[in-house]
Design a protein around this ligand. Structure first.
Ligand SMILES: [Zn+2]
Length: 405
């Protein structure tokens, strides 16, 4: 039986926890331990999960025979004590997920395995001024082409959208970057086409799931993934679970950081986005006579700053502080030790990262920000280009294995 799948057969009398549920829970703990810290030996798994060694043996046997796991070359145990162990890791074709990332002008598709390897990927253009049905057709055709060969092997399809989606009905409720998608039922259309269960997530949510399964937040239960560029978004994982609202939109970019600030595109005053988005950066760079380029990014700003442009250095410092103010509010409220940054800010490299980190530390209580290395960690995403694709695949794994949801 595949991990997370339901047992078949006649209905049994209701008990508080059935043997099948215990088995499923143990299997999920083993898979999660591997995802968090793998490759691991059977002895490592027993120590980390507290599942009895004999149970580990039988679950691993079934995961090996179904191809979910593969054995590597024996190596010394992680703690240096005892016999060499055989490392277990996900098979190359284990837990295949279809992943789709819809962006304003294109759709990127991929097949991803349980280890987070992208086995195939393609890009498909979305023509400008396309109707709802036109955009949906591009996405469906892209899915059909990418998944054609692996359709029977896919455990699910993950769809990352720049949109708010009704989690019950799958209807796209709001989508500023691609308004044509509003009112569409992409999840249902994909399931009708592929007959594969499909998970739809807002793109920023997939960032947190992708980080937790495959990225820098492997094994980290409390962290936030932030998207900082044209707009600002965040997804938070607390105690190993995504924080989700049952209703409504989560819009951290539109929380107030300046009571006497600028009017935001949303109609409110002093939103975080009014002082930390690309638009603010370009507008301020024009005001300070740094550049009139409408394409100024954090990367270009840091290039100017490191070439000795004093005004650019001042703007980079200001930008870092403005980004940090919103992050500090998040840290003060949720005591998050790790924050992973995605989006255009990543192009600002260590120059910006260190300034943002210092500014966040200056605005938070030390007791709240004790990270793995003894203090709060602001990290730049290593996998930013593929982050939403990996996150879409992670959303399938989470759903299949009942982890992090
Ligand atoms: Zn706003």
């Amino acid at each position: 039986m595949e991990p997370g799948s339901r047992p078949s057969g006649p209905e049994r009398p209701t008990v508080i926890i059935s043997a099948a549920e215990v088995g499923r829970a143990n299997r999920a703990r083993i898979v999660q331990a591997l995802a968090d810290r793998g490759p691991l030996s059977r002895a490592d798994l027993a120590r980390i999960t507290n599942v009895p060694r004999a149970t580990i043996g039988s679950i691993v046997k079934s995961l090996l025979s179904s191809g979910w796991l593969e054995e590597g070359q024996p190596r010394p145990p992680a703690d240096g004590i005892g016999k060499p162990g055989t490392p277990l890791w996900f098979g190359r074709h284990a837990g295949l997920s279809g992943a789709i990332h819809v962006q304003p002008r294109r759709v990127v598709t991929a097949v991803v395995n349980a280890a987070g390897d992208i086995l195939s990927t393609h890009r498909h253009k979305i023509p400008a001024r396309t109707s709802t049905e036109g955009v949906v057709s591009v996405i469906l055709n892209a899915a059909a082409q990418e998944f054609h060969h692996d359709m029977d092997e896919l455990t699910g399809i993950g769809l990352a959208l720049p949109a708010a989606v009704d989690r019950q009905t799958g209807e796209v409720m709001a989508c500023t970057p691609l308004p044509a998608l509003v009112g569409s039922h992409l999840r249902q259309r994909l399931e009708d086409l592929t007959q594969v269960p499909t998970v739809v997530e807002e793109d920023v949510t997939t960032l947190a799931l992708g980080q937790r399964w495959f990225g820098q937040a492997r094994g980290v239960d409390d962290f936030a993934a932030l998207q900082i560029g044209d707009g600002i978004g965040a997804a938070v994982m607390l105690g190993g679970h995504l924080l989700r609202s049952r209703v409504g939109l989560s819009e951290i970019g539109h929380t107030c950081v300046d009571l006497r600030g600028q009017k935001c595109t949303c109609g409110l005053i002093g939103c975080w986005e009014t002082v930390a988005s690309n638009n603010w950066l370009r507008h301020t760079a024009r005001q300070l006579d740094i550049t009139t380029s409408p394409k100024l990014t954090p990367h270009r700003l840091v290039r100017l700053a490191t070439s000795g442009d004093k005004a650019a250095q001042g703007l980079a410092d200001m930008y870092a502080i403005n980004v940090a103010v919103g992050i500090a509010n998040l840290v003060q409220f949720l005591a998050l030790p790790v924050l992973v940054l995605h989006g255009d800010i990543v192009g600002g490299g260590e120059y910006l990262r260190s300034r943002v980190e210092q500014a966040v530390i200056a605005r938070t209580f030390p007791a709240h920000v004790s990270g793995r290395v003894g203090q709060l960690e602001i990290q730049l995403a290593h996998n930013d280009a593929d982050a939403c694709l990996l996150g879409a695949a992670a959303s399938v794994l989470s759903r299949t294995l009942h982890i992090h949801v």
